[in-house]
Design a protein around this ligand. Structure first.
Ligand SMILES: [Ca+2]
Length: 187
């Protein structure tokens, strides 16, 4: 039904000159584009690297006493205070693990499997996610990348495939991430 509505809107847009003139449409596409690469950054003292895929598989090596970290999941950022990163290849963790884990802030990879992110997840962003950091939606879990921990700082880059899909479908007036209209500001 939504697809049909989008097709009608697209046809109307094409018939009226080939491009839409809605400033919010353009802003939404620009924001969607910036969501395709997620970054992590923060401070701390240590040395190591952590690689993750789909928030479900991960491995790391090293150690870092992290004082502050901000990670972006598409449109939304999540901050964490003091944490310890520990990577032993077949075991790696970021902070103390409690069940159910806080999948947005914590990871705990046991034999590569991130047991902190196991559990129900919503498909798209909603109020719980954008306002309360209550678990990354599935659209934002479809990502792969790594974070490098250095003495003083750490930084990471993640290719977010879910947000790439959201960007492409956004051209056709669809919004599978549920983030159109949401400003890209740290929270
Ligand atoms: Ca979108």
């Amino acid at each position: 039904m939504r697809l049909a509505a989008a097709a009608v809107l697209l046809a109307a847009a094409l018939a009226s000159g080939g491009c839409t003139t809605s400033p919010s449409w353009g802003m939404d596409r620009l924001r969607d584009l910036t969501d395709i690469v997620d970054v992590r950054y923060g401070t701390g003292v240590g040395l190591g690297v952590q690689a993750d895929a789909l928030l479900l598989l991960g491995t790391g090596v090293g150690w870092s006493d992290v004082t502050y970290s901000r990670v972006w999941y598409g449109r939304h950022s999540v901050d964490t205070g003091h944490r310890t990163f520990l990577g032993l290849l077949l075991y790696s963790s970021f902070g103390d693990y409690e069940y159910p884990g806080d999948a947005a802030r914590t990871w705990c990879n046991v034999l590569l499997l991130n047991i902190a992110s196991i559990g129900p997840a919503r498909a798209s962003g909603d109020e719980d996610w954008f306002q309360h950091d209550n678990g990354p939606p599935i659209m934002d879990r479809l990502r792969v990348g790594a974070t490098l921990f250095l003495p003083g700082v750490h930084g990471g880059l993640y290719l977010n495939v879910g947000e790439a899909i959201d960007f492409v479908l956004g051209i056709f007036f669809l919004d599978p991430s549920g983030d159109d209209g949401v400003p890209k500001l740290p929270t």
